[in-house]
Design a binder for this molecule. Structure first.
Ligand code: F6R
Length: 366
């Protein structure tokens, strides 16, 4: 049932090229220059005329929502707010019938997300679901939706659900960008082709597994770890930190790289590994100077870089390369090494990778 892999988590990490492909299959029609998604097509007016999109989710799905915020605002020029479902439902938010709410949930059973949906519906919002589990409570409670076709995710730590959520949300953002006229036809085609190429680039990224295992060996006894990223890769830093803490029980925090100097930099010493996402484009020069700040305080740098990178290679302790892609799609690649890093570290520490302590696959109580 684990298909020859030692753990579900590893199997699901390796399934990502296929899962992403399954998610855009039949929707992304690059040769026709078209994105076809029934749930969007049938409700296009609601999305186009929305004052804003509110995204609600928990945990890893909330991180996918944050990536989506960057994509929707950058590509489709639609204002987006991303909320923890648990906060949103209890803080008397301003919601009107001009709002579109997107709920993201792998399981489709998360209690807080479900409650947020019910509240938004009562206030007249149009509610759209992005779920993995077909026929789940959230899939049934929403007005419309789009499934991620990741297949069953058994490992408690979410992996392929995250990348397929980003895939669905990218498709939606691109479709709306096109329909709104916020993006040129040629740019739209470029993105479609780029997205179509992602599965093979994920495949390529997975080839770093051995190198990542070696890096894990060096840092497996750390007690703390920082993850930094900017722009599209800030949510990836949050997700990387969550993956490490939930399965290896190492304290980890994700931060926007520029926030370092407002506090966390005080933590840096030779005992502190810092994982930095430093891909080309996306404030690359600024991230390089953030890395220099850490190095000058003896921190250890594990950098995720674009293939062929030179500047970061000179200063980082370890580099893991990912293929080049357009900036909004980098999270689909930069996430992969972070999943593998936490997997190997957890394994080396003797942790139960698939069933970490105190956690359940779906959180049906608030
Ligand atoms: C992290 C993880 C959790 C879930 C969260 C939301 O690896 O698995 O943080 O992402 O409980 O679950 P869903 O997406 O099922 O609503």
């Amino acid at each position: 049932e684990k298909g020859g892999y030692d753990h579900f988590m590893l199997k699901e990490i390796y399934e990502q090229p296929r899962a992403i492909l399954d998610t855009y299959r039949g929707r992304l029609l690059a040769d026709q220059g078209l994105i076809r998604m029934a749930g969007i097509d049938q409700n296009l007016e609601k999305f186009i005329n929305a004052n804003r999109i509110i995204i609600v989710a928990c945990g890893t799905s909330w991180h996918a929502g944050l990536v989506a915020e960057y994509i929707f605002e950058d590509l489709a020029r639609i204002p987006v707010e991303v909320e923890y479902a648990s906060e949103f439902r209890y803080r008397n938010p301003v919601i009107t019938d001009k709002d579109v709410l997107i709920a993201i949930s792998q399981s489709g059973e998360t209690a807080d997300t479900l409650a947020a949906i019910k509240m938004a519906k009562e206030k007249g919002a149009f509610v759209f679901g992005v779920c993995n589990v077909v026929g789940s409570s959230i899939a049934r409670e929403t007005h419309a939706g789009a499934y991620t076709h990741a297949g069953p995710e058994i490992g408690v730590a979410s992996t392929k659900a995250f990348t397929t959520q980003i895939t669905v949300l990218s498709l939606i953002a691109l479709k709306l960008a096109k329909e709104k006229g916020a993006m040129s036809e040629s740019k739209f085609h470029e993105y479609l082709t780029e997205l179509e190429g992602i599965p093979s680039k994920v495949e390529k990224t997975l080839e770093s597994n051995k190198l990542i295992e070696e890096i894990a060996e060096v840092y497996k006894d750390s007690t703390n770890c920082l993850y930094l990223g900017r722009g599209y890769n800030f949510p990836v830093a949050l997700e990387g930190a969550l993956k490490l803490k939930e399965i290896s029980y190492i304290h980890a925090e994700g931060y926007p790289a520029a926030e370092m100097k407002h506090g966390p930099i005080a933590l840096i010493d030779e005992e502190m590994p810092v994982v930095v996402i430093a891909t080309k484009k996306g404030h690359y020069e600024k991230v390089v100077s953030n890395i220099q700040e850490i190095k000058s305080r003896s921190g250890k740098i594990i950098a995720i870089v674009t293939e062929g990178d030179k500047s970061v290679k000179e200063i980082a302790d370890h580099v893991i390369e990912v293929p080049e892609t357009s900036e909004p799609m980098t999270p689909l690649l930069t996430t992969i090494p972070l999943q593998l890093l936490s997997y190997h570290i957890a394994l080396m520490r003797g942790c139960n990778v698939d069933q970490p302590r105190n956690l359940a696959k779906s959180v049906t109580v608030e």
